[in-house]
Write a protein that binds this ligand. Structure first.
Ligand code: FAD
Length: 374
């Protein structure tokens, strides 16, 4: 079959699904007929059924790049891509200060141990008398942030202008996508936590990491500030302040947060909110200003996965099988293929934005590689 007419269905319209669709739509070697299918779309910014609206969303230091060379590569590629987008106004350049307590070393020594020391820009030690008393490490660097309520609609608009179709649908089984893929179409599965129950995938390695934040308007707060916790997976309380570009009203800043592994509770805890606000005020006293306004209290679930993100090709046998044998199967269209080429790209936990361009480039490359062997 000519690659010119091949259908590509992207399941999921979070930052990962949209970025993957964008890379497929702009790929110079291929020409896909692309349809994005999702339950939550960039218009649904209040839905807690997906993660992307609730992100900070910036590059911040996390340990995963040290443990997984793929993540280090994806984060570097994504950092460079967002950095290049700063002149568009969609991405904000953030001067940053990271504070930590590591009594066994000093700021210079600590900086030398960091896997991300060459990833960020302008990494330097902060003078000891400018570091909060509770910490002994202070590092300055430059990073970036985006505003999900601006960035996701932007990606969708870019796709619509390139002829990509959007279908709002809750998909229970991969079979339901066959009328869209047709006999020789392919699938990118970017359904994040949805892949835990999606029949045909049912990835039981997925789990939620609950996050709670406060969105405020605070003119004059232009720095990313963070207390680094020692063990990211131990449920320690984090404190971070992330100014973001654009949006209405202007001067939006995210205050966070919590990192509660395995907690699926999407309700706001006001005791947590008070703890977040008080600890952020210690980092940035300007938050006490009369001009600061609370815009919303937020809870989102980070889509994490035992074993790390899944970026992998799979030939899914059709009709799909399930552990839920009582569920009825979808009526299959004529010319149904015996297997569907699927590239999974999900499970990015706390780093979906900061991995997005790199991980999705790898997903598209995997897709093209497998299509060539079709
Ligand atoms: P999602 O955004 O969850 O999107 C999944 C998509 O799949 C949605 O469209 C959904 O509707 C669709 N879907 C799922 N199941 C089905 C189904 N059965 N049928 C149809 N559609 C389906 N990341 C960063 O990089 N930087 C940060 O600063 C940052 N801060 C964060 C702070 C908080 C409080 C939280 C909660 C997250 C944060 N993250 C951050 C993580 C980031 O938000 C996620 O990693 C990222 O949004 C995941 O994107 P995704 O596209 O994989 O999944």
């Amino acid at each position: 079959m000519s690659q010119q007419q091949r259908s590509l269905v992207v399941l999921g319209a979070g930052v990962i699904g949209l970025t993957a669709a964008y890379l497929a739509a702009t790929d110079e070697e291929s020409s896909f007929k692309i349809t994005v299918v999702a339950r939550d779309m960039p218009e649904d910014m209040g839905s807690q059924g997906w993660a992307s609206p609730w992100a900070g969303a910036n590059w911040s230091p996390m340990p995963y790049g040290e443990e997984d060379a793929r993540i280090a590569r994806w984060e570097k590629q994504t950092f460079d891509k967002f950095w290049d987008m700063i002149p568009t106004g969609l991405v904000k350049l953030l001067p940053s200060s990271l504070y930590a307590r590591r009594p066994e070393t000093d700021s210079d020594g600590y900086a030398r141990t960091l896997w991300w020391r060459d990833l960020v820009k302008n990494l330097h030690s902060i003078p000891a008398d400018e570091i909060p008393k509770s910490c002994n490490i202070g590092l300055g660097f430059s990073t970036y942030s985006v505003n999900p309520s601006v960035y996701l609609p932007y990606l969708k608009q870019e796709l619509v202008s390139r002829g990509v179709a959007f279908v709002k649908q809750h998909v229970r089984t991969i079979d339901e996508l066959l009328p869209l893929t047709g006999p020789e179409g392919v699938l990118i599965n970017a359904s994040s936590l949805g892949s835990k129950s999606l029949i045909g995938v049912e990835d039981q390695n997925l789990f939620a990491i609950r996050g709670q934040t406060i969105l405020v308007q605070c003119p004059g707060l232009d720095q990313f500030l963070q207390y680094e916790i020692e063990d990211h997976d131990a449920g320690e309380d984090a404190t971070y302040i992330i100014p973001r570009p654009g949006g209405a009203p202007s001067d939006q800043v995210i205050l966070g947060g919590v990192f509660q592994v395995g907690n699926w509770d999407t309700s706001v805890n006001m005791n947590t909110a008070k703890r977040i606000f008080d600890s952020c005020c210690k980092l940035a006293p300007i938050l006490h200003s009369k001009e600061t306004r609370v815009l919303s209290h937020n809870v989102g679930l980070r889509p994490a996965r035992q074993g790390g993100p899944r970026v992998e090709a799979e030939w899914i046998g059709i009709p799909v099988t399930s552990t839920h044998s009582l569920l009825p199967w979808t009526a299959l269209p004529e010319n149904t293929p015996k297997k569907l080429l699927t590239v999974h790209v999900y499970g990015f936990g706390p780093g979906g934005y900061q991995n997005s361009w790199g991980a999705c480039a790898e997903a598209i490359s995997l897709l093209k590689q497998h299509i060539r062997q079709y």
